[in-house]
Design a protein around this ligand. Structure first.
Ligand code: HEC
Ligand code: HEC
Ligand code: HEC
Ligand code: HEC
Ligand code: HEC
Ligand code: HEC
Length: 463
């Protein structure tokens, strides 16, 4: 144990040097993008409705058969305004249900708009106010669903494997250039000496046979071997890159990436508590009561959510568990999954697929835990996410691009401490406004790192 720790602290020094070197080469730190608060659930609801009712003729961003719809509420507010006791919003809702209503009422803008295209807009009499609201919200926020958050892992600078290679490469090239230059100088000097003494030039030993070159090669190889051994020893017993199969083919790339659902929508506890959480099945149901099929797996994966929570998707009610036989459950889910049979884009369900769903009936979903610190380590999510303002991706990598989650960071002690040494505490934070000592420290040293507030003291992280 102690040996490991000594090794770890040596490793830290290597990393420290790398960081210093990187700083010298003015390595630019990436910036995090910050998103405004968008009601993603409403955007998604709007998108679904838009796809079903409007997308044949409209696009949010560009003119098609109908005009582009982004900003249309604002447009109607200025172009239509209040007209005959009704607000522009009410006229707009009328138009969407049946464009004839405002035209017949003589709203000048509507009368003009009907000539936009020879074809006419269909009626949408069945749309409720809530649904129109969602559609209009979606067209104004459509890019929220496409925007891949530009997040770059600023800890890459401390990942020994990625940067030591780079640095070693640089060192080797630098040393070779120096060696060649040296060889050249020696040769010129020799020549000068020779021509001075008037003796004919003798054939010199080739450079690669010189003792200097041999020493150089030995040193470089030794450094490489030592580094590789040390990094292997340190990562032993940890599981960076661990990527187990999960009971449901839930995809972060789809939910947090393509649909840009906020991490905190599902992992609420990461902001509030010591531990983060895996969302309960009820959270999935917020959306999946309505969204019953997915682009890649159709119904067979979403069916597992229904099975686990005991929901009958055919009737839209929860099973009465006392009075439902296993056979009934099997029939419901078989029938539900079979609705995909006509859909050529979905791979047909196998016998095992049906079985997997039915087996999950009335049981909690057993997600496989990926990140796991040893019990003797204290780690608090809220402290980092809320107080420290560290982005999820800094520690977990670009989760929003992952089909299947994998452990991105080593979760080693060196990893924690490195970041604490190199990260400044945000003293503008509410949390620190009464800490005069820290504010003074800041004035004196210009910066206060997590280390300065005790972030490398053993007892802060160890029980
Ligand atoms: C069959 C094609 C079609 C469909 C489907 C359709 N529209 Fe239209 N829409 C049009 C056309 C065409 C116009 C331009 C008016 C015209 O030429 O009649 C228009 C105009 C509009 C306008 C006025 C735009 C402006 O700039 O003021 C709005 C708002 C609108 N549509 C909303 C919707 C919504 C919301 C849906 C879905 C619920 C929808 N439309 C479905 C064809 C369609
Ligand atoms: C729609 C809900 C949802 C959203 C949004 C979501 N997650 Fe998850 N997350 C899950 C579920 C379910 C699991 C467990 C299954 C898995 O590992 O894929 C999980 C697992 C994880 C894990 C691994 C937990 C472990 O076992 O160690 C991490 C880390 C994580 N999420 C981070 C994020 C981050 C960061 C974001 C935002 C970019 C995010 N999640 C957005 C539902 C969600
Ligand atoms: C905020 C809304 C929302 C929440 C919450 C949510 N999903 Fe989804 N989910 C979606 C959307 C949107 C789709 C894609 C539907 C589409 O494109 O047709 C989807 C698709 C899926 C699919 C099908 C993927 C495919 O490619 O076929 C699975 C499986 C799934 N979700 C599982 C889950 C699980 C498990 C949870 C809870 C941990 C969850 N979802 C929570 C919105 C949500
Ligand atoms: C400073 C690094 C760091 C940041 C920032 C961070 N995490 Fe974690 N996360 C960890 C570590 C370390 C663990 C393992 C904790 C353990 O085993 O006790 C973990 C575990 C998790 C887990 C598994 C459940 C658990 O608590 O063990 C989830 C889910 C998760 N993180 C989600 C998130 C989300 C979502 C965010 C952003 C809101 C986030 N994390 C921000 C380091 C971080
Ligand atoms: C990406 C950088 C980063 C990583 C990685 C990180 N931390 Fe932190 N940590 C911070 C920041 C920033 C703070 C300061 C938060 C604040 O303002 O109080 C902090 C504070 C702490 C504190 C409170 C320190 C104090 O003096 O109050 C503890 C304990 C802690 N971290 C434990 C850990 C552990 C354990 C790990 C590794 C599993 C870890 N941290 C990994 C950035 C990081
Ligand atoms: C910023 C948080 C942090 C601080 C400060 C910290 N540790 Fe650790 N320590 C960890 C983490 C995380 C692990 C678990 C690493 C792993 O699983 O490989 C760990 C593991 C250990 C281990 C077990 C080694 C092993 O390989 O399992 C020892 C011993 C240890 N720490 C001693 C110390 C001592 C002594 C100090 C004070 C000089 C200290 N730690 C300060 C986070 C910290």
């Amino acid at each position: 144990m102690t040996l490991n720790w000594i090794k770890a602290s040596k490793q830290l020094n290597i990393k420290g040097l790398i960081l210093l070197a990187l700083a010298v080469f003015s390595f630019t730190q990436p910036v995090f993008s910050q998103e405004g608060i968008i009601d993603t659930a409403l955007v998604i609801q709007g998108k679904e409705l838009f796809k079903g009712n409007c997308a044949a003729c409209h696009n949010a961003k560009k003119d098609m058969t109908g005009p582009k719809l982004e900003g249309v509420s604002a447009k109607w507010a200025t172009e239509v305004g209040d007209f005959e006791g009704k607000s522009s919003e009410e006229w707009l809702y009328d138009w969407i249900r049946n464009w004839k209503t405002p035209v017949d009422a003589g709203v000048p803008y509507a009368v003009e708009m009907q000539n936009y295209d020879p074809s006419v807009m269909q009626t949408n009499l069945g749309l409720a106010d809530e649904e129109i609201k969602a559609i209009l919200y979606y067209v104004d926020n459509s890019e929220a669903l496409n925007k891949q958050t530009v997040v770059v892992d600023n800890l890459d600078a401390e990942d020994p494997t990625s940067n030591i290679n780079w640095l070693l490469g640089f060192l080797i090239v630098a040393l070779l250039i120096a060696a060649l230059a040296l060889a050249k100088i020696t040769k010129t000097l020799n020549r000068a000496a020779v021509s001075k003494s008037g003796v004919a030039e003798t054939e010199g030993k080739p450079f690669f046979k010189s003792g200097f070159f041999k020493t150089l090669v030995t040193v470089i190889i030794a450094a490489l071997v030592i580094y590789l051994l040390a990094s292997q020893a340190i990562s032993l017993g940890r599981q960076q890159g661990y990527q187990p199969m999960q009971p449901i083919k839930y995809s972060h790339a789809l939910h947090a990436g393509e649909y840009a659902i906020d991490c905190k929508y599902c992992h609420t506890a990461a902001v509030e508590g010591k531990h983060s959480n895996i969302p309960s099945t009820n959270v999935c149901m917020n959306c999946h009561k309505m969204i019953q099929s997915g682009p890649k797996h159709g119904r067979k994966e979403i069916a597992k959510i229904y099975a686990a929570i005991g929901y009958n998707p055919l009737q839209g009610t929860y099973f009465d568990k006392e009075n439902t036989s296993a056979k009934e459950v099997e029939e419901v889910f078989t029938k539900f999954i079979d609705q995909d049979k006509d859909n050529k884009e979905i791979k047909a369900a196998t016998a095992q697929d049906y079985k997997n769903v039915i087996e999950m009936y009335d049981k909690p979903i057993e997600w496989v835990r990926i990140h796991n610190l040893p019990d003797h380590v204290y780690f608090n999510h809220a402290q980092h996410v809320n107080v420290g303002k560290v982005e999820c991706q800094t520690c977990h990598g670009n989760i929003q691009d992952m089909e299947v989650v994998e452990q991105h960071s080593p979760l080693s002690m060196g990893w924690c401490i490195n970041c604490h040494r190199n990260t400044e505490v945000d003293l503008g934070n509410e949390y620190y406004k009464d800490f005069d000592k820290l504010q003074k420290m800041k004035e004196l040293h210009n910066s206060v790192t997590v280390e300065d507030i005790g972030g490398t003291e053993c007892q802060k992280c160890h029980y």
